[in-house]
Design a protein around this ligand. Structure first.
Ligand code: CA
Length: 215
C-alpha cells in the first residue's frame, strides 16, 4: 500500500489485513523499491508528495510485472488513462469502500497470477480458503454447499460490515435476481447450523446480516 495520508493508510492496512491480506504500508515513492520484492499486488495512490504516483507507477513497471491498482481522486480522468497506459492493471476512485477494493484486488490477482496471492483468511477459529474453495472451523472441514460457501466468503470480505439481503442476493445468486429475499434467510440458517455457533452471523435488524467472530 503506497499512501501518504496516515489515516487512509492505517485504515487500508487494517481493512486489508482483516480481509486476509498481509499489507505493508509505504508512505512515499522513495520507499517502494525496497518494499517491492515479494509483494504480490501494489495499491498505489497517485496523489503523493514529492515523486508523483504516475512516476512511481512507471518506475515499478520498468522493473516488475507485479499487478498495480492505482488510487485516484474523483474526476482525475487523465490520471486514470495515464495510469493504465503506464502499466497499471486497474484503478479505484476515491472515496471507495473496502468491499470494492478487495473485489478489485482479487480480480487483478486472479487475472494476472492465477490467484497465488490469495492466502486463506483466518477469522478466529474459522479459515476460509477461497482458492481451494474450502472452509475449516477449529481444524475441522465444513461441508458447505456452493451457495453457502459464496455467502460466507462474501460476508467475510468485510467482517463486521452489514450486508443487506439485496446485496447478498445480487452477489451470491445473480445480479438481476429479484425473487423473494427469503432465500438468503434460508441459507443463513443452514450456514449458522454448520458453523455451530449462531454468533458467527449476526442479524442486522431490517437490513440483513454481518459476520462476527463469537466471543
Ligand atoms: Ca495522497
Amino acid at each position: 500500500v503506497v499512501e501518504d495520508d496516515p489515516a487512509v493508510g492505517a485504515a487500508l492496512v487494517d481493512g486489508l489485513a482483516r480481509s486476509g491480506f498481509e499489507p505493508d504500508l509505504v508512505i512515499s515513492g522513495a520507499g517502494v523499491d525496497a518494499a517491492l520484492p515479494g509483494v504480490e499486488v501494489v495499491l498505489l495512490d497517485l496523489g503523493l508528495p514529492g515523486e508523483d504516483g504516475l512516476e512511481v507507477c512507471r518506475r515499478i513497471r520498468a522493473r516488475s510485472s507485479v499487478p498495480i491498482i492505482v488510487v485516484t481522486a474523483r474526476g482525475e480522468e487523465v490520471d486514470r488513462v495515464l495510469g493504465l497506459e503506464l502499466g497499471a492493471d486497474d484503478y479505484v476512485v476515491k472515496p471507495f469502500g473496502l468491499r470494492e477494493l478487495v473485489a478489485r484486488i482479487r480480480a487483478v490477482v486472479r487475472r494476472t497470477q492465477g490467484g497465488v496471492a490469495e492466502r486463506p483468511q483466518v477469522l478466529g477459529g474459522l479459515v476460509i480458503d477461497r482458492r481451494a474453495h474450502r472452509v475449516r472451523l477449529d481444524d475441522e472441514d465444513l461441508a458447505l454447499t456452493p451457495k453457502e460457501f459464496d455467502l460466507l466468503a462474501l460476508l467475510a470480505e468485510d467482517p463486521g460490515a452489514a450486508y443487506s439481503r439485496r446485496d447478498i442476493l445480487e452477489a451470491v445468486w445473480d445480479a438481476h435476481w429479484y425473487g423473494p429475499t427469503k432465500t438468503v434467510d434460508v441459507h443463513v440458517a443452514g450456514l449458522r447450523r454448520k458453523l455451530g455457533d449462531p454468533g458467527w452471523i449476526e442479524t442486522v435488524r431490517a437490513v440483513g446480516y454481518r459476520l462476527a467472530v463469537p466471543g
